[in-house]
Design a protein. Structure first.
Length: 559
């Protein structure tokens, strides 16, 4: 199906799909004027069209020394939706160092940010210290200068922004210079996250972390939305570096602060958005990112306390990623609109972020059910929600690609979470040998519970989602650009593969295909370990079990 490349003003205003014709079918039916406006995409490269943005000379100064052209993330990518699965023995795509230096990959950003500075081409002081003992946080390097030239910020936007698109886009960060002093906490957290993707001495990376941590927990730090953003980044980085206890503590602090300042209310965006649509959208994204991040932490570490799922919120839904990047922010739809999909008189077009929120909401529903007495007998309602989620996806959301052909990281996360929930729902009743993978427990694990009557249906759902996750690994050149929690989801997929392999007769025709999926997952974990310590631990655990199973299969010790 061809994806429409443009939307008329009338359809955009009403949040409905447009067929891109002239006139479109909706306008023709209503006999109304059908107008199209020029796309805002790409205007960041032609700043003269928007005088309030930096000039071409400003951007050229930033671009000096950068000649990086990101490779296409999709040469040929089969769909990995649950309705289009098949085994494949394709090897995990290798990373190329297009920057010409020893950078931790990825080599291609998930958004078209070729105008950003190459982190390796910027020479600045390695790490500017803050003398907290003297009680002075004002000596942080000039924020405005740092935004334009800092190597670690450039790395964050090139490699990590797509997975955490609640902070301001880089172009708007350059434009809204009056915010920089207020943003020192989140800027420090962004620098630390950015440092994880580039070649830097461990001592300097540790100093960047300490700088971010001390700024965030300084008693004089303003208790505002920027502090919530900083905490969000800090907790993701901590969890990715295998400090789950500290990450959970920061998450709880962020949630308490968010409720305290009213981030969960729709009025927060307008009260603190300074009349700037992009900033208002950033605040909406911050709340929903906190919500979805808690969902990921809860799922990844098999917890049952999803606190924000019980918080009443009327915050509008985030817009599409290309709208956020272009600054073309529409009036937000509501969560009630999302819940009413399929029953509304007019079909609305929801953003990828909306589907991520819906995945997180489904996890909350499953956790509530799992705490009930009869939870071992009840996976039907959650599976119905997952099936409805999948079937309601429009065609342009099923492959995690944007309309311009670039990867859609947020939709990727939504699909990733959907498949993880499916495994969590069905693994209790699935025909899997859980014993071999009992030592795979750092990032994600199966429950110790076993249903009274393992069934083929539950086994099918668990295996289908595990295979879907493996296929997601193949669809991007850079597996390290994804959110850290993809490590946990790949680990969960690997555990299902191991449990299935342990029960599989040696002569089974799926034997080799299953081994290839395990190799694929292990390759992804190994590649991600270049950035995340949690991935290194998970890779070691999965590889150890896989090697033991392989040797036992060779000796005929298992069937």
């Amino acid at each position: 199906m061809t994806k429409p490349t443009k939307t008329c003003v009338a359809c955009r205003t009403r949040h409905v799909r447009c067929d891109g014709e002239q006139p479109c079918s909706r306008c023709a039916a209503s006999k109304s004027e059908c107008l199209y406006v020029a796309s805002q995409r790409g205007k960041r490269r032609h700043a003269q069209q928007q005088p309030e943005f930096p000039t071409d000379q400003d951007l050229n100064a930033i671009l000096q020394g950068s000649n990086v052209s990101p490779a296409s993330c999709f040469d040929s990518c089969p769909e990995f939706a649950p309705w289009a699965l098949q085994d494949s023995s394709d090897e995990l795509m290798s990373m190329s160092n297009s920057l010409g230096v020893d950078l931790s990959p990825p080599t291609a950003p998930l958004f078209d940010m070729n105008w950003l500075p190459d982190p390796a081409s910027i020479t600045t002081e390695s790490c500017k210290q803050i003398d907290f003992a003297a009680g002075d946080v004002s000596i942080m390097p000039s924020e405005s200068a740092m935004v334009e030239t800092d190597r670690y910020l450039a790395s964050f936007y090139r490699y990590a922004f797509a997975a955490h698109p609640f902070v301001l886009p880089h172009h708007d960060l350059l434009r809204l210079r009056d915010l920089h002093d207020s943003m020192r906490t989140v800027l420090a957290a962004m620098r630390w996250i950015g440092s994880l993707y580039v070649d830097v001495q461990p001592r300097l990376r540790s100093e960047l972390y300490q700088q971010a941590h001390d700024l965030i927990y300084d008693p004089r730090a303003p208790r505002d939305g920027f502090l919530v953003q900083a905490m969000l980044l800090l907790l993701v980085g901590l969890d990715g570096n295998a400090d789950q206890r500290k990450a959970r503590e920061v998450l709880e602090n962020a949630e308490q602060l968010a409720i305290e300042i009213g981030l969960h209310r729709a009025s927060f965006a307008s009260l603190h958005g300074r009349g700037v649509p992009i900033l208002e959208e950033s605040w909406r994204r911050t709340w929903w990112s906190l919500y979805s991040t808690e969902a990921m932490v809860t799922a990844a570490h098999r917890r049952t306390d999803f606190a924000l799922c019980n918080v009443a919120s009327d915050v509008g839904l985030p817009c599409e990623e290309d709208q956020y990047l272009s600054g073309d922010i529409p009036d937000p739809l509501s969560f009630d609109d999302l819940e009413a999909r399929g029953f509304a008189t007019e079909e609305l077009a929801f953003s990828s972020f909306a589907y991520l929120i819906l995945s997180a909401h489904t996890l909350g529903f499953f956790l509530r059910k799992s705490r009930s007495i009869d939870h071992l007998d009840d996976g039907t309602q959650t599976e119905a929600r997952l099936a409805s989620w999948s079937l309601s996806l429009p065609a342009n959301k099923r492959d995690a690609l944007r309309n311009d052909g670039q990867p859609d990281e947020i939709m990727f996360q939504a699909l990733m979470m959907r498949h993880a929930i499916s495994i969590m729902v069905h693994e209790v009743h699935a025909k899997l040998d859980k014993l071999p993978a009992i030592t795979v427990n750092h990032c994600m694990s199966l429950t110790a519970e076993i249903g009274a009557q393992p069934s083929d249906m539950h086994t099918f759902h668990a295996i289908t989602s595990a295979r879907a996750i493996s296929r997601m690994v193949m669809c991007h050149h850079s597996v390290v650009s994804h959110v850290h929690f993809f490590t946990c989801v790949v680990t969960l997929s690997s555990i299902v593969h191991l449990g299935r392999w342990a029960l599989m007769p040696a002569g089974n025709g799926d034997h080799e295909a299953l081994r290839e999926l395990l190799r694929l997952n292990m390759g992804a974990l190994k590649e991600r370990s270049r950035v995340w310590k949690a991935a290194a631990i998970s890779h070691e655990q999965v590889a150890s079990v896989a090697k033991d199973l392989f040797r036992m299969k060779q000796r005929g010790a298992i069937r």
